[in-house]
Design a protein around this ligand. Structure first.
Ligand code: ADP
Ligand code: MG
Length: 234
């Protein structure tokens, strides 16, 4: 299968002047299209750093990251932003919905910002996503009027609005109770199954990763291997 993401010998050092923190150490892996995987490791192990690199939000100190056939470490700041807008969706731990926009408008927002679609096409796409994440009835509410789980459903829909190749989610369930967390992960999996969009997320909580295809263990900046989930070993 075609590899969607290839990470090769990536190191990331944060230079704080007096001290240097090596957050990632010689990381290599590749993910095919339609992946549903999670990076799992304790706080400080390097999960956010790694997702930020894959998400073109930061650049590695050394190594290569190919996404959809493009070496993103070679792109300029502006090119990275454009690449991000067209190819990937991001889901945040604290939802990051825009408080003055309705549920509908939050999902529509990236379509206005990134892709210049006509209003009728935007509406059609947003309505279809609202239905998929079961938030149609809440479409005119503001973020302050819905629950945490519902906010994350909206964030999943928003991430998928531009029809990205893959979605990154850094600890997307950290602020949710277990049952809601499980439902959000199941929703993401449904979206992967229906649309073929890859979902790459991180967690420090092994309980929420029962649904993923593989977990990648990360510890002190090292990738400690890949484990198939859903079988007997987890
Ligand atoms: P995780 O998401 O697994 O908790 P992080 O990627 O946030 O881990 O952090 C990995 C290491 O890099 C930690 O030692 C952290 O203190 C350090 N780190 C993360 N971001 C920065 C930064 N912007 N500046 C300096 N050090 C950082
Ligand atoms: Mg983190």
């Amino acid at each position: 299968m075609k590899e969607c993401i290839q990470v090769e010998g990536v190191n990331k050092v944060y230079d704080l002047g007096d001290i240097q923190v090596q957050a990632l150490k010689d990381i290599s892996f590749s993910l095919p299209d339609s992946s549903f995987v999670s990076f799992v490791g304790p706080s400080g192990s390097g999960k956010t750093t790694l997702l930020n690199l894959i998400g073109c939000l930061d650049v590695p100190t050394s190594g290569r990251i190919d996404i959809c056939g493009e070496d993103i470490t070679k792109l300029s700041y502006k090119e990275r932003a454009r690449f991000r807008g067209n190819n990937l969706g991001i889901i945040f731990q604290d939802f990051n919905l825009i408080s003055v926009l309705t549920v509908f408008e939050n999902i529509e927002y990236p379509l206005i910002m990134v892709q210049n679609l006509p209003a009728s096409e935007r509406r059609e796409r947003v309505m279809e996503l609202l239905e998929s994440v079961e938030m149609l009835e809440q479409k005119d509410k503001f973020p302050s009027q819905i629950s945490g789980g519902q906010k994350q459903r909206v964030a999943v829909a928003r991430a998928l609005a531009v029809k990205p190749r893959f979605v990154l989610a850094d600890e997307p369930t950290a602020n949710l109770d277990h049952e809601t967390a499980y439902k959000i992960i199941s929703l993401m999996k449904k979206m992967r199954d229906e649309r073929g969009t890859s979902f790459i997320f991180s967690t420090h909580d092994l309980k929420v990763v029962k649904e993923v295809d593989y977990i990648y263990k990360i510890e002190d900046g090292f990738l400690k291997g890949k484990e198939k989930v859903g079988g007997e070993n987890v």
